[in-house]
Design a binder for this molecule. Sequence first.
Ligand SMILES: C[S@@+](CC[C@H](N)C(=O)[O-])C[C@H]1O[C@@H](n2cnc3c(N)ncnc32)[C@H](O)[C@@H]1O
Length: 274
Amino acid sequence: MSKSSETLFPWVGNKKFYIEFIKSRLPKNWNDNHDSTYIEPFLGSGVVFSELKPERAILSDKSPYLIDIFKCMKSNAKYFNKKLKDLYEENNAELHAQCKNQICDTKSIYARSAMFWYLLRTSLYSFVCPKADGKSFICCYKSTGKPLSVKDKLYWEMSEVLMKENIQLFNHDFAEIIKMGNKGDFIFIDPPYMNLKRPSRKIYNSFSQNDHERLVSEILDADKRGCLIMLFNHKHPYLDEHLSNFNVVTVDHKQMRKSRSHFATYEEVMYTNY
Ligand SMILES: C[S@@+](CC[C@H](N)C(=O)[O-])C[C@H]1O[C@@H](n2cnc3c(N)ncnc32)[C@H](O)[C@@H]1O
């Protein structure tokens, strides 16, 4: 099985098992002069960014709660780490319920982001998102029966990279972010996939067919500008038709996810334009 990377917190669809696969297919010499920008419009757990550790990056995700976590690690990693550890130490069902009910009204970005991280770590299947009314969160408590610990080495390494001046964080729709790409920049694109049959897609149900079409249009524009692009998705006739000039490599799940064979029941691919 390939080496997997760690994530700081659980995030549905994270690419931790794909790291070696991705690293072996990066555009050659794309960052030799350290003047290219790494662009990740669907940041999620940030596991790919934290492995590549680029000098210049534009990172974004539509989830404000998620991006605030990275903003806290960039602006005051020490204070945020303490906030998180306070919650980890107190971990129990009552605290989980309290965080779920108070998170939306919590004004401090550090307290709110620590709650979100804590909820991700202590909720069943990590389905953690606001209810439709936006007043509290949906998620069920999962007790691990063991004390929780922050992966400190990874935390500090990632904070150090995030703190660099040329690492920018946004909470934008992907289109605005992809438009920022210029010739020679590398755009890593890991959107919600084009397959509505998978149950996990429910949490990204706002990503419609129209969004997929907008995404393809942004990719084609970025391709014309000379950006280097890597896209993950299901193999889909729509993508094959519109990205017909791109290279397609099938993701070998057997190598990566020995114990999760149901992932191998659909074809997942990587499209690249280099
Ligand atoms: C498959 S996950 C990315 C996982 C990430 N590569 C990782 O390793 O953790 C897709 C991400 O897209 C984000 N997202 C959904 N709709 C979006 C949009 N319109 N613009 C930007 N991000 C969006 C979700 O919040 C989610 O984090």
